[in-house]
Design a binder for this molecule. Structure first.
Ligand code: AMP
Length: 214
């Protein structure tokens, strides 16, 4: 099963993508996580990506597309994968469609987690992330067991630079301009499904399972 998660930054698509990956036994591929791992490891890619990420801008397609194509070609993605944060532009979506066509495949589902802008800014200011293992929390809705500490690896959890309010506003503008057109793109491909992302996350997940099947 090959799934794309769509939705504004902060809509909760990462949380849902992780649960989908667990339930269906497919890898969760998050371009944001891949870039953050590169930043942490001080790679050339990480240095370049950070410049864009810190401003709330998108990393250029030429740095992003090959990375994803290489990742989905790996063995563990043979039976499917859930993409989180990719594609984010029409050229990225076209590159993905073309790469899959070459091997006689196509995406099965594009799931849009729909949350209005008003809710997004509030949500993001409460978001906390572990820069060590990538786990994400929310101070109200998904608090860690011990304040400020990652449940999974014990590192400190922080408000990511790109989740700061001024950056969030910029990311929302970028989302509407560059990523929202993908909703129509996948509607035309006949694989778009929308779920209400404003309800509690367990309910969002139930709606997604109803679409994907038990
Ligand atoms: P995320 O964790 O998905 O919210 O991504 C964090 C940041 O990484 C974004 O604001 C972008 O700067 C960058 N990024 C992640 N995925 C992509 C992508 N597919 N194309 C361009 N930039 C991306």
């Amino acid at each position: 099963m090959k799934i794309i998660m769509l939705g504004a930054p902060g809509a909760g698509k990462g949380t849902q993508a992780k649960q989908i990956a667990d339930k269906y036994g497919i890898p969760h591929i998050s371009t944001g996580d891949i870039f953050r791992a590169n930043i942490k490891n001080g790679t050339e890619l990480g240095k370049k990506a950070k410049e864009y990420m810190d401003q709330g801008a998108l990393v250029p397609d030429e740095l992003t597309c090959d990375l994803v194509m290489d990742r989905i070609a790996q063995d563990d993605a043979k039976n499917g994968f859930v993409l989180d944060g990719f594609p984010r532009t029409i050229p990225q979506a076209e590159a993905l469609t073309a790469a899959l066509e070459k091997i006689g495949q196509k995406m099965d589902f594009a799931i849009d987690v729909d949350v209005p802008d008003e809710n997004i800014v509030n949500r993001m200011s409460g978001r906390r992330a572990c820069l060590n293992c990538g786990a994400t929390y929310h101070i109200v809705s998904i608090p860690p067991k011990q304040e400020g500490i990652c449940d999974r690896c014990g590192s400190e959890i922080v408000l990511r630079d790109d989740d700061k309010p001024e950056t969030v506003q910029k990311r929302l503008t970028v989302y509407h301009e560059q990523t929202q057109p993908l909703i129509d793109y996948y509607k035309k491909q006949g694989i778009l499904q929308s779920v209400d992302g404003t309800v509690p996350m367990e309910e969002v997940f139930r709606s997604i399972v109803a679409i994907l099947g038990e």
